[in-house]
Design a protein around this ligand. Sequence first.
Ligand code: SIN
Length: 330
Amino acid sequence: MDSAKPLIHLLATGGTIAGAQNAAGGYAAAVMSGEELLAAVPQLANLARIEPEQVARLGSQDMDEAVWVKLAARAQAVLDEPATAGVVITHGTDTMEETAYFLNLVLRTTKPVVLVGAMRPATAISPDGPMNLYNAVAVAADPAAVGRGVLVVANDEVHFAREVAKTNTTQVGTFKSLNRGLAGLVHRGRIHFFGPTVRRHTADSEFAPLGGTALPRVDILHAHAGMRRDLIDAAVATGARGLVIAGVGAGNLPAGALTACRDAVGAGVAIVRSSRTGGGVVERNVEIDDDGLGFLVAEELNPQKARVLLMLGLTRSTDAVTLQALFQVY
Ligand code: SIN
């Protein structure tokens, strides 16, 4: 090993980047280990010394709070080692944005943490994983990535955890940062960073390092024409402590559902209005009297990221004003 190269820890969790295609055209995620992914890209030795570790082995549809807590603990432990330059996490693309945003809020570090995945399995024709992995290690090993928070690298792009969303079911260009734009570009390991992210993260986050408090249950409900109140009532009745509504347009919802949300607040459940549109800001008190009803708005966070922030926020407070302030800071 070349000890002059930066030390990068690779935490592998599975996903399509570790997937194997079958003869029928389907595939299984999370088949290959982190070690096998590294072996497929020998050029990585030019960038860094890499220590792989298998933290989980799943398709990211099965990522949950328990794995997040385990992953955060392992990432924090290796980041706290003085010799570590950065961390790369291989992850399925389906829920990568949620894991990235969670880690962005709970890791106390300024060192680079980069999530990477792929849209094509490792054994497919023209897999995108090897180049994505090469670029991710290049970013994690770059001193210019220090202090930028958790990043996502795919398809020659670098995204901030807060901004990135998966927007396409199959295309390699699935990740977009629609509201505030890219963190940078990376081409065959050459990196061009753009401006820093404006919101608080990692070393400055009040949620970092992650404590032992259990994450409360927060559900997401998708609004639609004709939405009834039943599912909102059911979530409250079965123990949700918070609800994120993926509202229509600027976070709106039909009258019956709105009444159910008002009743939920009365029962002590936090309600966050977000948007199912994929872009833009949900503002307070436009068509809906948020102040009067005790609702929160997600601002630019998509429903799945609003859920992450609400879960963490509820470990500290149930006060609507305190919780709303988090959505203006993170
Ligand atoms: C997954 O999220 O684990 C499957 C899809 C992918 O990684 O692209």
